[in-house]
Design a protein around this ligand. Sequence first.
Ligand code: A2P
Length: 345
Amino acid sequence: MSSAQGSDRKFKVAVVGATGAVGAALLEILAERRFPARSVVALASERSAGSEVEYGRRKLVVQDLDQYDFAGTDIALFSAGGSTSAKYAPRAAAAGCYVVDNSSEFRYVEGIPLVVAEVNPEAIAQASEGRIIANPNCSTMQMLVALAPIHRQAGIERINVATYQSVSGAGRSAMEELGRQTAALLNFQTPQCERFPVQIAFNVIPQIDRFEDNGYTREEMKMVWETQKILDPQIRVNATAVRVPVFYGHAEAVHLETRDAISADQVRQLLAQAPGVELVDDREPGGYPTPVTHAAGADPVYVGRIREDLSHPKGLSMWIVADNIRKGAALNAIQIAELLVEHYL
Ligand code: A2P
């Protein structure tokens, strides 16, 4: 173990899926946070090899992932879907490269750490052999940044959550579909559905990812499995995941029950100090966070509408909002990369 702090060591970084929605944010945030990169390589499929993507003020020429040799690359940030990660992440790791993987391919594999930078950074140590670290699902990510301090203080026993998830979580093609459908409807034309099972413009869809045998969708089960892996296997989670016609930023209505009683005021005090959290909780019109007014393009997880549950003596309700592409995906991946540089490379 060594420390990059105070040193001028620089690292070779690859961004896999560089032409995608999360890939663009990865490149933007690497530049914004002045990640100590000696070089940054943009990788995508053969289809977009030769095209250009932005990295700060520079442009990078996209290379074909299939032709890329990971030997000599220190960190690869993968966001190109599960099948691409399944095929190429083990190859990169075998070449000695640390992989931070944004897909769900490795999240539930025992021995592969699943890390939220503010919640369980110590779990990265388990990756020293396998070199793959999984980045959690966007909805779990923002929920746990806000709930971990409450769990440590009062012991969360149960979480009931309904999500309001933006289309950017489903990638660029999904954002384009929302735009096209909205334009079609405003021009009295019939919208075409390709990316979503039903119309998303001016609608809400209670299905994200495929259905599981138990009647929940996979997105809902991700919140169960990932909360238990990251925070505490004893926590019971019940989720309803809903896609809404918003471009950037996921919102969540969260109801939780704790072992010890904790008041709304105590929760406000806790969250005012919590890393990565910003409290926006004024009981007046607009005194709460929304995807458009707060989250889109911003780093924090915003929490508002904190109140004691009228129907349960140890229940609390709150509203959690964050940019799903930044904290929900790219930012956390880069925070993990920063921890690797700081402690493990
Ligand atoms: P490409 O542009 O070449 O298709 P999004 O989630 O916004 O749809 O982005 C998906 C990202 O994953 C894109 O950068 C896409 O690249 C990349 N990708 C998809 N399939 C592959 C693949 N087989 N190999 C490499 N990159 C891939």
